[in-house]
Design a protein around this ligand. Structure first.
Ligand code: NAD
Ligand code: UD1
Length: 334
């Protein structure tokens, strides 16, 4: 199949492109490098031994999109492109509403023009807000606590309305839990600029000495060791979930949301100690105040993805920690 991947130079997108190429799909990528580099493509080509057709441009630019669709007969789209920093979205909400919403609307318009009706969308567990119980099921009530999360919820609503307007559409909305890890080659991974907001990227910078210590946001939550519990999922498992979602949208119409996680809750201290143990390295940390907006625990029930997508995660927390460390060490050598 010929699959268009928006945001394919980014963290999850680049891993997904590798998996798509490995099973023989033709892949076309659009990215504007607002949060990635063109060197992703060299790494993807080295890993896969295949070339990616790539267009530099903005998904919100309708004439650019029409040009891409007119050159290739696209069977389905995976839409990763968007901004994702929660804190920045609170400071600059319009930047987030503009990029995340407008790019999605333009994409849907051009897909309809070119009669391409199959889309896999990157949603997030953030749409569950503060869940009423655990593990989280797809039919839980939805709410958000920041503009980034609201863009995800609004896009889910848009997809639901668009699907109701024309029965040709097929949408899979993948609600990711906490992706970490990197490709086992150590050539692609997550490498945020500046001080990271998320836990694993922060641990990675402490592991290389770029940051002196980890600040753990609270140890007085109602969790086994008092630190926050999340469902960390290896990015390669997550990438493989997109291949299953593509199969699903080719065979079904309508709109479906799927949780992609492991189903296991892991505390901040569990993650830190596993990282230390498997990589034979010390991660100094201090306990600080809770971070505003954080919840105590969040983990998925992935039964629906298992039953309908025939997907399940397979990589361990140890592999997530080893692969993250291998990637950050490789980056340092460059
Ligand atoms: P990322 O920032 O690494 O990748 C996004 C890519 O999209 C980047 O390469 C960026 O340059 C590109 N991009 C952004 N806006 C664009 C536009 N208008 N036109 C063209 N390219 C554009 O992020 P990621 O971690 O790979 O996340 C991918 C998607 O998954 C995002 O939509 C994100 O919100 C969602 N998501 C991520 C996480 C996570 O923890 N990483 C969790 C839940 C959901
Ligand atoms: C955060 C976002 C969420 C987004 C997700 C993936 C917030 C409030 N939530 O989720 O919307 O979908 O990232 O991008 O920003 N922690 C520390 N020290 C740190 C960093 C994190 O102790 O330096 C703790 C947090 O308190 C939490 C856990 O580590 O308990 C995971 O944090 P993080 O990686 O930021 O992910 P989420 O909070 O789940």
């Amino acid at each position: 199949m010929r699959i268009l991947v928006t945001g394919g130079a980014g963290y999850i997108g680049s891993h997904t492109v590798v998996e798509l190429l490995s099973v023989g799909h033709d892949v076309i990528v659009i990215d504007n490098f607002s949060n990635s580099k063109s060197s992703s493509f060299e790494a993807i080509s080295k890993i896969s031994g295949k070339d990616v057709i790539f267009y530099e441009g903005d998904v919100a630019d309708i004439s650019f999109l029409r040009n891409v669709f007119s050159k290739h007969s696209i069977d389905a789209v995976i839409h990763f492109a968007g901004y994702k920093a929660v804190g920045e979205s609170v400071e600059k909400p319009l930047k987030y509403y503009d990029n995340n919403l407008i790019s999605t609307i333009r994409l849907l318009e051009v897909m309809e023009e070119y009669q391409c009706y199959r889309l896999v969308f990157s949603s997030s567990a953030t749409v569950y807000g503060s869940p009423k119980s655990l593990p989280i099921l797809e039919d839980f009530s939805l709410s958000t606590t920041n503009p980034y999360g609201t863009t995800k919820l609004m896009i889910e609503t848009i997809l639901t309305d668009v699907s109701a307007s024309n029965s040709k559409w097929s949408f899979a909305m993948l609600r990711y839990f906490n992706p970490i890890g990197a490709h086992e080659s150590g050539m692609i991974g997550e490498d945020p600029n500046g001080i990271p907001n998320n836990l694993m990227p922060y641990i990675m910078k402490v592991s290389t000495g770029e940051l002196p210590d980890l600040k753990i946001f609270g140890n007085d939550y109602d969790t086994p060791d008092g630190t926050g519990v999340r469902d960390y999922i290896h990015v390669v498992d997550l990438a493989k979930g997109h291949l299953k979602a593509i199969d699903y949208v080719m065979e079904h119409v309508g709109v479906e949301a799927f949780n992609l996680g492991t189903g296991h809750g892991v505390s901040v201290l569990d993650l830190v100690h596993t990282f230390e143990r498997v990589n034979h390295i010390s991660i100094p940390y201090t306990i600080v105040e809770r971070r505003s907006g954080d919840i105590a625990s969040c983990y998925a029930d992935c039964t629906k993805a298992h039953e309908k997508l025939h997907w399940t995660s397979s990589k361990t927390l140890e592999e997530m920690c080893e692969d993250s460390y291998r990637y950050v060490i490789n980056q340092k050598k460059k």
